[in-house]
Write a protein that binds this ligand. Structure first.
Ligand SMILES: *Cc1c(COP(=O)(O)O)cnc(C)c1O
Length: 854
């Protein structure tokens, strides 16, 4: 018989083993090697089998084993020492605590998914893993983050392949009692429940699970509770599943419910509610509307409240793919907001936040645009993605050049302690005196080539073992009762040059580019002296049939008898596979369609392990490829998609055949590839510090969180005085802007043949209508000018200053502004003059989308 309900009973550990409960209750173990070693000691096989999850592990050990451990003085002593180490980690001042000046006491972080440990599968891909790494580095740096997400009862899905290579999805049901989670409770012990009013007088309720991620608290909202109807229990069933209304309900719960959950948590924890909110991707965007609602109920108008919320909100966009942007039918939004959901907030004001420029009927509600309108500070996730985002969203700032669009970039990073193989960490501890592999001096002769090569080969052997086990298990699942054939147990060879490729399978990532010319690929794989093997993994979104066809095509090739030991597809890509896969490869391949990869982080995780990247110059690689840390696949410039794929695939084959394989197999007398080792050392010593999520989080703190805190604090000061003034000023400037124009510009000071060092004097007469010179900046914008009349390049701006009596315009109603530009470099020079609004509370001249140009 099958159980109708199941739950996990946690064993009662004796008091002498209290430290174990403490260590298991905080996910810091997920990136703390010594704690993992202690858990492994309890029951090594179970530790491996239960995806390295201490709570399931405790559920498996016998009372005898528990008694044995409790009687083991040495074990108890070590457990206690690790418990003390954890306490110290949680309470000692860290990087953030040393920062001088004002800084937020608490920062809210929102993401629809979190990839923290294999034991908590609440992610589908890069966005989730990034969020997990962000929390871990924030914890290490002492940044006071509180994070919010949803608790998906089935997480994402588990992937298997049918015998003909078609992706099969299963949705294992997670039991939160068996996970490192605790319910947030009232003082009387009852769970805290947050509620949202829905159409037709329905109420959506959710309880709040708390996970401790080092110093950071993660709150996960769960709708699967008796308070909800059967239908509403399913709101948090799966990540990225279901139709439009389902998705909307999830996003309302995440955004609006998330803010309510934070308030409830802050009250219980005795922490100040955060003023700074960081929202990732559009999905959590409703958090801003909830906060506006609270301020309206406190007496502000919508526009005033909007200023306060915007100032404290950081919006990060994670996709350059227009199809990746989250949009709703605005009728559906209307139906959900014309309820008691947000008392005091007009539905029309909400709809305006998501309207697309040019959408006359207002039929579409765009979550990314709402994110940009609700966040004064916005960023993309690599330099190139910043550029692409500025172009992609430039319609929101009409009249401005794409370069002026106020979206900056903070390049993603990865959490070294989570993603560096233990072999490398051990080597760093032993020979370099540090466990911090990201900043260790890998160029130092204290580590010999032989030792580093030895560690790399050890990592590779682990991958080969892991891959064989996984394939054997997959074969047995497909052929119940059978014994996997010999070749399945012999796939891959630890001595062979190994290329890895693993990621989600949207079309733009081009899983099958390597199959472009299968005969050539076959020759590369089966080369008699310089063989190559390829390990591939990745899940396709269940609704993406095209992605599933790509997997099938790949699986078909990987089944062919002559190559099947050299090219494999590992089903069910997840964190635990990734942690073995990246370190175990020699080369990490990435061949997206440029520029559709926002950043890409798997290559970063590979690089931290001394793996060399072979990639299209997209995302992070566009920024970090330096000629010695790997190889760049040139992007073909052609409108013909097939031709482009052909050219790029051929470049890739050429690089593998003529550069990568020869260098890998060029060995000295000890069997070590000296050139290759130089690239490994160069990658580890120069790239690793840049790729660390510590670098990323500190950039967020310094360039986004702290400025956002200053802005929103100023607007809140003294009963929101500055917020009211800013709202008035924006309205006044917007209404008067049609009267702003540049009447004419005079220039002087230059000879017929200007030289570097000469000065250009400029004087502009400007009409300001009802505005005054205090309200505007008149700026000269100058740079390299192209003969064909294209936009200026290498642009700089300088303010022109009001001239003459400030108080009065001339009779003609024109104001004079003047200034000087010195010609700093030779070549074609061009300039123009523009007027933009000026206010100390703006973060950027383009913010209002108002401009007048000469
Ligand atoms: C890092 C990681 C990803 C994201 O990789 P990209 O290169 O950004 O596509 C996806 N899934 C898992 C399990 C990861 O560890």
């Amino acid at each position: 018989m099958k159980a109708i309900r199941r739950f996990t009973v946690r064993p009662a550990l004796p008091e002498r083993l209290n430290a174990l409960e403490q260590l298991a209750g905080n996910l810091r173990w997920a990136w703390h090697g010594p704690t993992q070693e202690l858990f492994a000691e309890i029951a090594p096989d179970a530790w491996r089998e239960f995806q390295h999850d201490p709570i399931s592990l405790f559920g498996q050990i016998t009372q005898e084993r528990i008694d044995e451990l409790a009687a083991d003085e040495d074990f108890v002593r070590r457990a206690n020492a690790l418990g003390e180490d954890l306490n110290r980690y949680l309470t000692e001042p860290r990087w953030y605590q040393q920062l001088e000046g004002d800084k937020p006491d608490s920062i809210a972080y929102f993401s629809p998914e979190y990839g923290i440990a294999a034991a908590l599968p609440q992610y589908s891909g890069g966005l989730g893993i990034l969020a997990g790494d962000h929390l871990k580095s924030a914890s290490d740096l002492g940044v006071p983050l509180v994070a919010v997400g949803l608790f998906y009862r089935s997480g994402y899905f588990s992937q298997a392949l049918s015998p003909d290579g078609w992706q099969q999805e299963t949705y294992p049901v997670l039991d939160p009692d068996g996970l490192p989670l605790r319910v947030l409770r009232q003082p009387d012990g009852s769970p805290v429940i947050i509620t949202l009013c829905l159409p037709d007088d329905q109420v959506l309720s959710a309880r709040i699970w708390q996970a401790r991620v080092g110093r950071v608290t993660l709150l996960l909202l769960d709708s699967d509770i008796p308070e909800n109807s059967e239908e509403l229990c399913h709101v948090t069933d799966r990540l990225y599943g279901g139709a439009e209304e389902h998705r909307l309900r999830q996003e309302l719960l995440l955004g609006i419910g998330g803010v309510r959950a934070i308030s409830a948590w802050a009250e219980r924890a005795g922490v100040q509610s955060p003023l700074v909110f960081h929202t990732n991707e559009g999905h959590a965007g409703f958090l801003g509307v909830e906060r506006i609602g609270a301020l309206i109920r406190g007496g502000l108008t919508f526009t005033e409240a909007l200023q306060v919320v915007r100032a404290g909100t950081v919006f990060t966009t994670h996709t350059p793919v227009p199809a990746g942007i989250d949009r709703f039918d605005s009728g559906l939004i209307r139906r959900y907001f014309e309820t008691e959901l947000l008392p005091g907030v007009e539905t029309g004001d909400v709809l305006a936040l998501g309207r697309e420029p040019g959408d006359q009927s207002g039929g579409v509600f765009n979550m990314a645009l709402m994110g940009l309108r609700l966040g004064q500070r916005a960023n993309g996730v690599s330099q190139l993605h910043g550029e692409v985002s500025r172009r992609m969203f430039s319609e929101l700032w009409p009249g401005f050049d794409a370069d002026d669009v106020p979206i900056r970039s903070v390049t993603n990073g990865v959490h070294p302690a989570s993603w560096t193989a233990p072999q490398l960490t051990e080597l760093a501890i032993r020979n370099l005196g540090t466990s911090d592999t990201a900043t260790a001096d890998w160029a130092s002769p204290a580590v010999s080539d032989a030792e580093l090569w030895g560690a790399r080969n050890e990592m590779k052997r682990e991958l080969v073992d892991d891959a064989r086990k996984r394939l054997e298990r997959a074969w047995t699942a497909q052929n119940p009762g059978g014994v996997a054939p010999e070749w399945v147990r012999n796939v891959l060879d630890p001595r062979v040059l190994t290329i890895g490729f693993a990621r989600r399978v949207p079309t733009y990532k081009r899983l099958t580019l390597m199959l472009h010319d299968t005969e050539r690929l076959r020759r590369i794989l089966l080369h008699p002296d310089r063989p190559v093997q390829i390990v591939v993994a990745g899940k396709s979104h269940p609704a993406d049939l095209e992605g599933k066809r790509l997997i099938q095509k790949f699986a078909e090739f990987a089944r062919e008898p002559d190559v099947r030991e050299r090219i494999v597809f590992l089903p069910n890509y997840d964190i635990s596979m990734a942690q073995k896969l990246y370190p175990g490869t020699d080369v990490w391949l990435n061949n997206p369609l440029r520029p559709l990869e926002a950043c890409g982080t798997s290559g970063m995780k590979a690089a931290l392990n001394g793996v060399l990247n072979l990639s299209i110059l997209d995302g992070w690689w566009n920024e970090f490829f330096d000629g010695e840390n790997g190889w760049a696949i040139p992007s073909a410039v052609t409108a013909d998609a097939d031709e482009r794929d052909r050219l790029e695939a051929e470049s890739m084959y050429d690089l593998i055949e003529h550069q990568i394989a020869p260098r890998f197999y060029d060995r000295d007398g000890d069997g070590i590839p000296a050139d290759w080792m130089r690239s490994i050392r160069h990658t580890l010593s120069t790239l690793s510090p840049q790729l660390s999520a510590d670098r990323m989080v500190s950039e967020y703190v310094n360039t986004l969180y702290r400025p956002a805190f200053d802005s929103t604090s100023e607007l809140r000061h003294d009963g929101f005085r500055a917020a009211r003034r800013l709202a008035d000023w924006k309205r006044r400037v917007t209404d008067a802007w049609s009267g702003v124009a540049i009447a004419h510009v005079e220039s002087g000071g230059l000879d017929l043949a200007p030289q570097v060092g000469d000065e250009l004097h400029l004087r502009a007469s400007v009409r300001l209508g009802s505005l005054t010179p205090d309200d505007v900046s008149v700026q000269v914008v100058y740079g390299r000018s192209a003969a064909n009349g294209d936009d200026l390049r290498d642009v700089q701006t300088a303010d022109l200053e009001p001239e003459g009596d400030f108080a009065e315009a001339s009779d003609s109603g024109e104001w004079l502004f003047a200034g000087t530009v010195s010609l700093g470099r030779p070549g074609a020079f061009g300039y123009t003059v523009r007027v933009v609004p000026k206010n100390a509370l703006l973060d950027n001249a383009a913010e209002l989308g108002l401009i007048a140009v000469a």
